[in-house]
Design a protein around this ligand. Structure first.
Ligand code: 6PG
Length: 226
């Protein structure tokens, strides 16, 4: 296994604020930003929209999407609309929504083709309690997809709907990779992902094989087992 750069871990009183600030800075500079789903990021996106209301220079992507309609409460696109896009003064020049309403293989193939033309500047990722990130779940065959930038598969955790997800080569290609994890329920996953061996059992740890060091924003509870 190639040597990977050490994760840059920041244990903060307010990791969501820190994440919002780096997101707003990137939005002000422009480029391709990849959003995540999950419970940690709605406040991040809302604060970022206040810090930087002009996203005209941004091309927006998602790291994964549930295979549901865009108006479905489980949609990561809807999460971003409600917490970010609906609050901006100027929308991103391009919004590449993963078409969750389409057949998963078609939606994944479409996104793969779009991603081939892209350079990802900032990738945001959450961390599941099982160590998953995006919709790459422990032991899943999607972890071994290395000839495409997007793929699809069944869920490993709720909500139990199929997912479209960026693959590890796509995630690792980002110029900047930032994880955010909050709360004691993530402490073991954080320790495994960023303090343990790189392993298929912990998909987030596999992102550490990127050329850039992954940055990890934690509160004290999530960092408790490091
Ligand atoms: C999703 C996310 C997923 C999420 C983690 C953490 O589609 O659900 O992309 O990867 O980031 O599951 O989510 P929580 O912060 O809600 O635990």
């Amino acid at each position: 296994m190639p040597v990977s750069p050490e994760p840059v871990i920041r244990v903060l009183d307010d990791p969501q604020r820190a994440c919002a600030e780096l997101l707003a800075e990137q939005a002000g500079r422009g480029g391709s930003i990849v959003l995540t789903g999950g419970s940690a990021v709605a406040p991040v996106y809302t604060t970022a929209s206040r810090l930087e209301p002009n996203w005209r220079k941004v091309t927006l992507w998602w790291g994964d999407e549930r295979c549901v309609r865009p108006g479905d409460p489980r949609s990561n696109y809807l999460l971003a609309c409600e917490s970010l896009l609906d609050r901006l003064l100027h929308l991103p020049s391009q919004v590449h929504r993963i078409r969750g309403e389409a057949e998963p293989p078609a939606a994944a193939a479409e996104y793969d083709a779009l991603l081939r033309e892209a350079t990802l500047d900032l990738l945001l990722l959450g961390l599941g309690p099982d160590g998953h990130c995006a919709s790459l779940f422990p032991g899943s065959p999607q972890l071994d997809v290395d000839d495409r930038l997007a793929t699809w598969g069944p869920p490993g955790l709720e909500p139990f709907v199929d997912r479209v997800t960026l693959t590890l080569p796509a995630l690792r290609s980002a110029r900047r990779i930032v994880f955010i994890a909050l709360g004691e329920s993530k402490a073991d996953a954080v320790a495994a992902a960023f303090g343990g061996e790189i392993s298929h059992d912990v998909p987030a740890s596999l992102v550490r094989l990127a050329e850039v060091p992954v940055e990890v924003l934690l509160d004290r509870d999530a960092a408790a087992s490091l």
